[in-house]
Design a binder for this molecule. Structure first.
Ligand code: UTP
Length: 292
C-alpha cells in the first residue's frame, strides 16, 4: 500500500456550535493559545509525513487560503521593526510550492460529501482525513500513530478514543471484533447510535487513513444521520469488501468546534507551554478562586 502522503482537511462546515465567533472567522482559524487551530493540524500532518494537503473549503473561508500565504505588508513591518523571531515563525509555516490544494464544497452537505469533493486531487492513493477542528495532543502525534498502524496492516484505519457510555449518541461508534493492543479489528460502525444501542464506547474522533475505494461509496450521495452525507455510512459500506481497523491512539483529544472543548484546549495547552505555563497556572488559579 505504501506510505500516506496526502491528507484531506474538510473546512467547509458552518461552525454553528461556536457562533457568533464563526460568523466572520472560519472556525479552523480560531486561536488556541496563540495560533490558529489549523496551525496545530498542519504541523501534525507534516510531522506524520504528509506532503500534500487538500483543503475542502466553502464560502467565508477565504481567510484560510490567505493564512497559508505571505502577508507581504505585515512581513515588511516586522522586518523593519526587527521582530525577526516572529517573522521566522510566520515564514516557517508557509507551504512549499504545490504543497496545498484548495477545492470548493459549494454546499455543506456533510463530511462525507466534503471528502468526496477531494477525489480528483487525491486520485488512486491511500490518504488521511484530518478533522481540522480536533486537536490531539500526543507524542508521537495522532496521525503518526495511525500511519504506523497503516504500514503494519495495509488496511483502512480509524482513530478512536474511549468516551463515557452516556455520551456515545454524540459520536460515530465502532463495533469491535478482535483486539491486539491498541489495534482493534472492526465488525461494524454506526453514526450517532440511539442511547442504549451503542456497540462500544470507542468513538471516531477525527483522524482516518482510507483507501481510495471510499470515493466509490461516497459517490452514492446517500444522506444519513441529520440529513447529511456521512463519512461513517460510506466507511460502513466499504467494510463489506475491505478490512477496517480502529486504533485507540494515545493522547488527549480536544474538540475545538465546541465551546468547552475549545476552552479545554486553550487551558491545557497554555499550561504545558514552557514560556506561558506559570502565568497560565496563576491566571487559572485566580479565576477559580474568584469563582467560588
Ligand atoms: P462538524 O460536524 O464540526 O460541522 O464537521 P460544522 O458545520 O463545522 O460545525 P457545527 O456542528 O455547525 O458547529 C466536522 C468537520 O467537517 C467539516 C467541518 O468544517 C469540520 O471541520 N465539514 C462538515 C465540511 O467541510 N463540510 C460539511 O458539509 C460538513
Amino acid at each position: 500500500m505504501g506510505r500516506v502522503r496526502k491528507a484531506v482537511l474538510p473546512v467547509a462546515g458552518l461552525g454553528t456550535r461556536v457562533l457568533p465567533g464563526t460568523k466572520t472567522v472560519p472556525k479552523e482559524l480560531l486561536n488556541v493559545v496563540d495560533r490558529p487551530i489549523l496551525s496545530y493540524i498542519v504541523e501534525e500532518g507534516r510531522k506524520a509525513g504528509i506532503e500534500h494537503f487538500v483543503f475542502v473549503t466553502g464560502r467565508n473561508k477565504a481567510a484560510i487560503e490567505d493564512y497559508f500565504d505571505h502577508a507581504v505588508e505585515l512581513e515588511a513591518q516586522l522586518e523593519a521593526k526587527g521582530k525577526t523571531e516572529l517573522l521566522e515563525q510566520l515564514r516557517a509555516e508557509l507551504p512549499k510550492a504545490g504543497e496545498m490544494s484548495f477545492v470548493r464544497q459549494m454546499q455543506p452537505l456533510g463530511l462525507g460529501h466534503a471528502v468526496w469533493c477531494a477525489r480528483d486531487v487525491i486520485g488512486n492513493d491511500p490518504f488521511a482525513v484530518i478533522l481540522p477542528d480536533v486537536i490531539v495532543d500526543a507524542e508521537p502525534n495522532c496521525l503518526a500513530q495511525l500511519a504506523d498502524a497503516f504500514e503494519r496492516t495495509g488496511a483502512n484505519i480509524i482513530g478512536v478514543e474511549q468516551v463515557p457510555e452516556n455520551e456515545t449518541h454524540k459520536y460515530g461508534i465502532v463495533a469491535p471484533a478482535e483486539r491486539d493492543g491498541r489495534l482493534v479489528k472492526m465488525s461494524g460502525m454506526v453514526e450517532k447510535p440511539k442511547p442504549g444501542t451503542s456497540p462500544s464506547n470507542l468513538a471516531i474522533s477525527g483522524r482516518y487513513i482510507l483507501t481510495p475505494q471510499i470515493f466509490e461509496e461516497l459517490a452514492r450521495h446517500e444522506p444519513g444521520a441529520g440529513g447529511e452525507i456521512q463519512l461513517t455510512d460510506a466507511m460502513a459500506r466499504l467494510m463489506a469488501r475491505q478490512a477496517f481497523y480502529a486504533y485507540e491512539y494515545e493522547g488527549a483529544t480536544y474538540d475545538c468546534g465546541d465551546k468547552i472543548g475549545l476552552l479545554r484546549a486553550n487551558v491545557a495547552l497554555a499550561l504545558k507551554r514552557p514560556d506561558l505555563g506559570e502565568a497560565a497556572r496563576a491566571a487559572v488559579t485566580a479565576a477559580l478562586a474568584g469563582a467560588v
